[in-house]
Ligand binder design. Sequence first.
Ligand SMILES: *[C@@H]1O[C@H](CO)[C@@H](O)[C@H](O)[C@H]1NC(C)=O
Ligand SMILES: CC(=O)N[C@H]1CO[C@H](CO)[C@@H](O)[C@@H]1O
Length: 343
Amino acid sequence: MTSAVFVLSIITCVERLCGCDNIVIIWNVGTGEALINLDDMHLDMIYNVSWNRNGSLICTASKDKKVRVIDPRKQEIVAEKERAHEGARPIRAIFLSDGNVFTTGFSRMSERQLALWNPKNMEEPIALHEMDTSNGVLLPFYDPDTNIIYLCGKGDSSIRYFEITDESPYVHYLNTFSSKEPQRGMGFMPKRGLDVNKCEIARFFKLHERKCEPIIMTVPRKSDLFQDDLYPDTAGPEAALEAEEWFEGKNADPILISLKHGYIPGKNRDLKVVKKNILDNKPAANKKSDLINTPKKAADTSNIQNEAKLDEILKELKSIKDTISNQDERISKLEQQMAKMTV
Ligand SMILES: *[C@@H]1O[C@H](CO)[C@@H](O)[C@H](O)[C@H]1NC(C)=O
Ligand SMILES: CC(=O)N[C@H]1CO[C@H](CO)[C@@H](O)[C@@H]1O
């Protein structure tokens, strides 16, 4: 699971990878370093990993039927529930924005179940609902801004959605979106990808056998104005923390943005790669100080290094300029020749 980790990209520079080797690895994707390796916590395959809102914890659902809440920096399991769902079929667990954990799974009688847990006391669920009898694993997709969970059953042709509140029954059924063909898998668009002018509240990407179909959910509204009740501020593209800060122990909620005029991507949307500058370690970068041949303090040396780099860049710029003006000349000559030929 290396891609599509957008729903909870609180720390976009730190991403997770969980494969079939029962290991969770947290990467600094800016430098390609594996920061944390949780390799002795899971005894069986991991089905899903989810960050909490501020990046302090992750939760996992595993084939051993356990749901674990883990402090990844301390490499410690802070809470766990054995047999969160009794059935043998796969389970899923995601963090909600209030810190509770939502799970899907199966009962011993193969009924599909939803449950809500408080990590501070996982003995009993806050709520446990039985849905229906079917084989399809329920994939949860969560909108933290509105507290709506969309459940897409694998092999179902419908998406059911629920609102989570802090009053009984906690998980409230809202509606079902139905289509004809079954879904083999599903993807979920980040909120800032939605068309606010059409009152689009969710967009899914439904996987068929040979194609991928967008499913657009809208709320019918008469007005053309921005519907702020549909669009609370949502997680923007800027990371709330750098990977280093997170690794040092900081947590932070996502940086929110308004969707009022729709999301307009900024210019600098590339991932900032903070790989070390190899010039910094190259003795050759000290050319000038070698020439001057006087002992220098560290600060001076770095100034001189910078000057040397600047020199290099200026030289390069000049050579590029020369090349361009040469090319210009050639082109205008060629154009003249062409003109003569066509006459
Ligand atoms: C992060 O979330 C955890 C768990 O919900 C909470 O205990 C902690 O106070 C939060 N930290 C910050 C800095 O918001
Ligand atoms: C397969 C699956 O259910 N993956 C989910 C794991 O949790 C993230 C949230 O962190 C969801 O976005 C994935 O859909």
